[in-house]
Design a protein around this ligand. Structure first.
Ligand code: ADP
Ligand code: MG
Length: 264
């Protein structure tokens, strides 16, 4: 079963969509006749305890020699890669929620899926730069007002089933989350974004955020490693989201999966 690579600008709604997709796939897996059932994993910076600061290569913050070494981000990618590799198999659905903004990195993930003889797809979360910037600015403002994760209750990071024991997944097809998504995301009909009051993610520093937007390498569906490419946008209605999720399911577990040739 496949690797689903989420990509998009910083603070464009990737985690929101990844959680909705996780809930949707958990339902599909639960009602699928597949035996043994697929296992479902959600891997992200949050599940791997990767801080926003690892991406900080902004010229105002770091000297050129440190930027070119880029060690903290390489370490972060290695951690994510290891987490994906540990669980990826024809029986495991892995949602990788993150920036995934480097095309060479997406190529590497695609090769990993091929090695594991399982399909992959890319889901781009589309959002205008201005909209995404506003989200980060709102987070910065909340942080400044002292209302971010440090002062609120349980963070909403979903379980990284990859980092738990493999046996944890067997009872319910691995479709587990430590923290449930907002109540209505379990249904196909109404996958709405969580409200801002529940948003306790850390912000990016403004220079880090701008630099990540500048470095973002858009997926190109003409390449093998960025295809099939699905797009979800900020203003998608619940029914549009459900349609896209259903297409994703078909491409990874439905009849469309059979079209994937082993040597493709
Ligand atoms: P990312 O993972 O890309 O940093 P998040 O999923 O954490 O982004 O979303 C950032 C904020 O934007 C959250 O407060 C979330 O509730 C809100 N949000 C995300 N997607 C939407 C959307 N489609 N419509 C409205 N608000 C959204
Ligand atoms: Mg996120």
């Amino acid at each position: 079963m496949p690797l689903i690579i989420i990509t998009g600008l910083p603070t464009s709604g990737k985690t929101t969509r990844a959680r909705q997709l996780h809930a949707y796939l958990a339902d599909r897996i639960a009602s699928s006749p597949q035996n043994p059932p697929y296992r479902l994993h959600l891997i992200s910076d949050q599940t791997q305890d990767i801080s926003r600061t690892v991406y900080d290569l902004s010229p105002t913050e770091l000297p050129a020699h440190v930027r070119s070494a880029n060690a903290s981000e390489k370490d972060a990618r290695a951690a994510l890669y290891g987490a994906v590799k540990r669980v990826l198999s024809p029986r495991d659905v892995v949602i990788l929620d993150g920036l995934n903004y480097i095309k060479g990195w997406r190529y590497q993930l695609y090769c990993e899926a091929k090695n594991a003889r399982t399909p992959h797809c890319v889901v781009q979360v589309g959002c205008s730069v201005e909209q995404a910037r506003q989200v980060n600015e709102a987070r910065l403002a909340r942080r400044a007002a002292g209302t971010t994760s440090q002062s609120t209750s349980t963070p909403p990071a979903p379980a990284d089933t990859a980092s738990s024991s493999p046996t944890d997944d067997t009872e319910n097809g691995g479709a587990t989350m430590a923290t449930e998504p907002p109540t209505d995301t379990k249904t196909e009909t109404n996958p709405q974004p969580e409200s801002d009051e529940n948003d306790n993610e850390d912000p990016y520093t403004p220079s880090n955020w701008e630099n990540l937007v500048y470095r973002y390498e858009e997926p190109n569906p003409m390449t093998r490693w960025d295809s099939p490419l699905f797009t979800l946008i900020w203003t998608d209605t619940p029914s549009q989201i459900t349609t896209t999720f259903s297409q994703i399911w078909d491409s990874i577990a439905g009849p469309a999966r059979k079209l994937i040739r082993p040597n493709q």
